[in-house]
Ligand binder design. Structure first.
Ligand SMILES: [Zn+2]
Length: 405
């Protein structure tokens, strides 16, 4: 019994037990598992939750545990899960933003040599050490916002060497971070300049050489592709995703950000863990996502920052989809690491309820990473990963907008 630790008198705690039971569909207030004056027993060796409930219901075998701490005046919710970031990059994109403020579109800036390719150049030129240092600062900032699990995509190198270097940077960060990091290989983020006008040849190269090579290293869990006009077509994505599946990767798809090209149907068909963006999802695809296990990851910070329409969260949730929220942290379209702020934008601009927003940055975000059996809720058997709010209720998370740390 030495390894057991008792946390008691926790003023308010959310287990998300009901959200877990419904697998994240239609989350309501009653599903949050709200407890007042809660207790929790944790196995300090395994870092797993052994028991959680009202203090009055604490089983007698835990009543005299010598290792005990008080959670008085604290609100505990599951540590937040950030399920979509492009965190490994060099340089900045302040100037793109300034151009956009003068009326240039994302596509116009990219066509003029800015956009993703500016970041690609800076990323290729940056040393491994510089990338680690830059990324470590970002992780520290994410941690301040209560995030304990975080996905990181490659996709700013776009050569095999620099993509592998980005994955090695993620592994190096994992060795030191208290956070659980999830690496995603995204070589199909854009066509590199070496393959300008020859995207099919670039797709073939990824399928034939890069995917087997990266699979061998074991450095990436997921494979992702950007389906969009001027990037990759649904047909090219199909080829890439099939190759990735053959090599043992789990799948993610960037789809429907600016136009609906079939990426969503494709992702559902191939059992992708998540489909991300969905700002321009069709009604037919909303219905299909509602019936699938695939998580809809919505990125309202990107819509806010680029001044484009918000994704139809209400329709997706009402159709039964499992909806997660993320920052989409990247230098071009959302340079913010403030995941709690995304819950505010989701509530005010996308008409999500507070319980839906809470589920979207915990359980459903974990499901987008296939980690819902480990993190995203505070029930027995889950990892002891807690976000402590300096507030008197969990409702402060979206309410104190931009300020919740
Ligand atoms: Zn993205």
């Amino acid at each position: 019994m030495e390894a057991l630790v008792l946390y008691e008198e926790i003023s308010q705690l959310l287990t998300l037990e009901g959200v877990e039971k419904k697998q994240g569909r239609h989350p309501e207030q009653k599903d949050l598992g709200q407890l007042e004056n809660a207790s929790m027993v944790v196995n300090a060796d395994s870092n797993l939750i052994v028991w959680v409930g009202k203090g009055d219901d604490l089983p007698s075998q835990y009543k005299d545990l010598p290792h005990r701490f008080s959670g008085k005046d604290q609100v505990w919710i599951p540590e937040l899960v950030e399920c979509h970031t492009h965190l490994i990059y060099g340089g900045t994109r302040h100037h793109d933003f300034a151009l956009r403020c003068e009326g240039k579109s994302y596509q116009e800036i990219a066509a003029a040599g800015g956009g993703i390719l500016t970041t690609m150049k800076a990323t290729r030129e940056a040393s491994g050490e510089a990338l680690v240092e830059h990324a470590a600062k970002d992780l520290a900032r994410f941690q301040k916002f209560g995030i304990g699990t975080l996905e990181i995509k490659t996709g700013y190198g776009l050569t095999l060497e620099s993509e592998l270097r980005a994955l090695e940077v993620i592994r190096a960060l994992s060795e030191h971070a208290a956070m659980l990091l999830v690496p995603t290989f995204l070589p199909a983020h854009a066509t590199p300049p070496e393959y300008k006008g020859r995207t099919d040849a670039y797709v073939d190269l990824i399928c034939a050489e890069w995917l087997p090579e990266v699979a061998k290293t074991g450095l990436a869990s997921f494979f992702d592709v950007f389906v969009e006009n001027g990037y990759f077509s649904a047909q090219q994505a199909r080829k890439l995703l099939h190759s990735a599946l053959d090599q043992g990767f789990k799948l993610k798809v960037h789809s429907d950000q600016f136009s609906s090209l079939g990426g969503t149907q494709l992702g559902i068909e191939l059992g992708a863990s998540s489909i991300d963006h969905l700002d321009h999802i069709s009604n037919e695809d909303i219905r299909a996502l509602g019936e699938s296990k695939t998580v809809a990851v919505l990125l309202p910070g990107a819509s806010l920052f680029t001044g484009t329409p918000y994704p139809p969260a209400r329709e997706l949730i009402d159709a039964g989809a499992r909806v997660a929220l993320s920052t989409d942290y990247n230098p071009g379209t959302c340079p913010s690491r403030n995941l709690p702020l995304m819950t505010t934008i989701a509530c005010t601009q996308m008409k999500m309820t507070v319980p839906e927003a809470i589920a979207a940055v915990t359980y459903n975000a974990a499901a987008a990473l296939d980690l819902e059996d480990r993190v995203g809720s505070l029930t027995p058997g889950k990892e002891f990963r807690v976000c402590t709010l300096d507030a008197d209720s969990y409702e402060a998370l979206p309410y104190c907008f931009g300020e919740m740390e």
